[in-house]
Design a protein around this ligand. Structure first.
Ligand SMILES: NC(=O)c1ccc[n+]([C@@H]2O[C@H](COP(=O)([O-])OP(=O)(O)OC[C@H]3O[C@@H](n4cnc5c(N)ncnc54)[C@H](OP(=O)(O)O)[C@@H]3O)[C@@H](O)[C@H]2O)c1
Length: 332
């Protein structure tokens, strides 16, 4: 085990995206706890998101223009930080493979947060390695863990399940449907046959990331499963109805029907196929974190529990009542 230092010099990549923005905002809210807070962004984003970038600068965030697809060119920049938080989008996940090679040449070793924030890609050793949307993240994990085993890097994975903010509004399929009067559930109409789903809001995802950075030893070389709620779809509908103050009709699509549509989407190379797979995984209960430890630590190539370390995690992130979470999401 490496001696864990305080993590005080933080650089974010992908910080201008959907989850990057709330994560950065949470770091900004706690900026006094850090010696450096920076983002590396592309020239085109710098130009196109000018107002946002100016707000960041005013808040004390360093803005570094760079090409993250050429991480070697940023080696000296990375060497000025102890923590790299990635929130790169799906289309850029592969960039992290070269990035970790560069990070692994820096001493003392860098803490890397790969762009995860999603489905628990190791929920089942038999099936999860074969799911198409998992492939890039699994490759990144394999490389990160090989380097971590050599002590050349440390890592933290933040696994969130579905982002609650969009989970409750999944187009015509799930959650509160666009007509505002129907709630879509993929699965059985019998709640006893429905699996539980753990989901996390953008704001809680950000709180968990920053909290883990502030407890470096308890989050070193760890997979951390976090959530704002764990509930069955039927219970999520009831809570949504309370928040909206009205009953919603339920639209059920069976899992078999959904699997058939998902297969067709992949065959047609539909760009939304990934979304269909993720919905299936969630409604099959693959992101039910109540069945798994909150933290798993990589020790000698094996993932193990450590209740003492786990108990130090996320003391500053309160679990909120489900209806409060849904109120935040539905903007009710
Ligand atoms: N749990 C869920 O329900 C859920 C839903 C969506 C996403 N996610 C996960 O969250 C993570 C981040 O996804 P996101 O949706 O927040 O990302 P995003 O908004 O699509 O993109 C994030 C940032 O990545 C940077 N980037 C650089 N090159 C890129 C490229 N070729 N393609 C896309 N982005 C590029 C851009 O920042 P700069 O221009 O500043 O470099 C961009 O703003 C991913 O791991 C994704 O799987 C989870």
């Amino acid at each position: 085990m490496t001696q864990t230092q305080e993590l005080e010099k933080i650089v974010l990549i992908g910080a201008t995206g959907t989850i990057g923005k709330p994560i950065l905002a949470e770091f900004v809210a706690k900026i006094n706890r850090f010696k450096r807070l920076a983002v590396i962004t592309s020239q085109s984003t710098y130009e196109s998101k000018g107002k946002y970038i100016e707000e960041l600068k005013a808040a004390g965030v360093e803005i570094i223009i760079g090409d993250i697809s050429k991480p070697e060119s940023l080696k000296e920049t990375f060497a000025g930080f102890d923590t790299v938080v990635s929130a790169l989008g799906r289309a850029a996940l592969h960039v992290q493979l070269d990035l970790v090679d560069v990070l692994a040449t820096i001493t003392p070793s860098i803490r890397f947060y790969p762009s995860e924030y999603g489905t628990d890609i190791r929920y089942d050793p038999e099936t999860s390695p074969h799911e198409i949307p998992h492939q890039q993240k699994l490759k990144v994990r394999a490389k990160v863990e090989a380097l971590a085993s050599e002590g050349r890097i440390t890592f933290t994975y933040i696994v969130t399940g579905p982002f609650a903010d969009t989970f409750f509004r999944r187009g015509n399929l799930a959650g509160v449907l666009p007509d505002g009067n129907t709630y879509g559930i993929i699965g059985s109409s019998d709640p006893n046959l429905q699996a539980k789903i753990s989901g996390t809001t953008y704001s809680d995802t950000a709180r968990y990331v920053v909290s883990s950075v502030l407890t470096p030893e308890a989050s070193e070389n760890a997979t951390l499963r976090v959530s704002s709620f764990t509930a069955k779809p039927a219970n999520l509908q009831v809570a949504s109805e309370k928040v909206l103050g009205k009953k919603l009709e339920t639209q059920y699509v069976s899992l078999d029907e959904h699997r058939a549509t998902e297969k067709q989407k992949w065959e047609e190379k539909d760009p939304w196929a990934t979304g269909y797979t993720l919905l299936r995984l969630w409604y099959e209960g693959r992101s039910d974190f109540s069945r798994k430890p909150k933290a798993l630590y990589l020790v000698n190539g094996k993932e193990v529990e450590d209740k003492e370390k786990e108990s130090q995690l996320f003391r500053d992130v309160p679990q909120r009542p489900l209806e409060e979470v849904i109120t935040e999401i539905l903007g009710a």
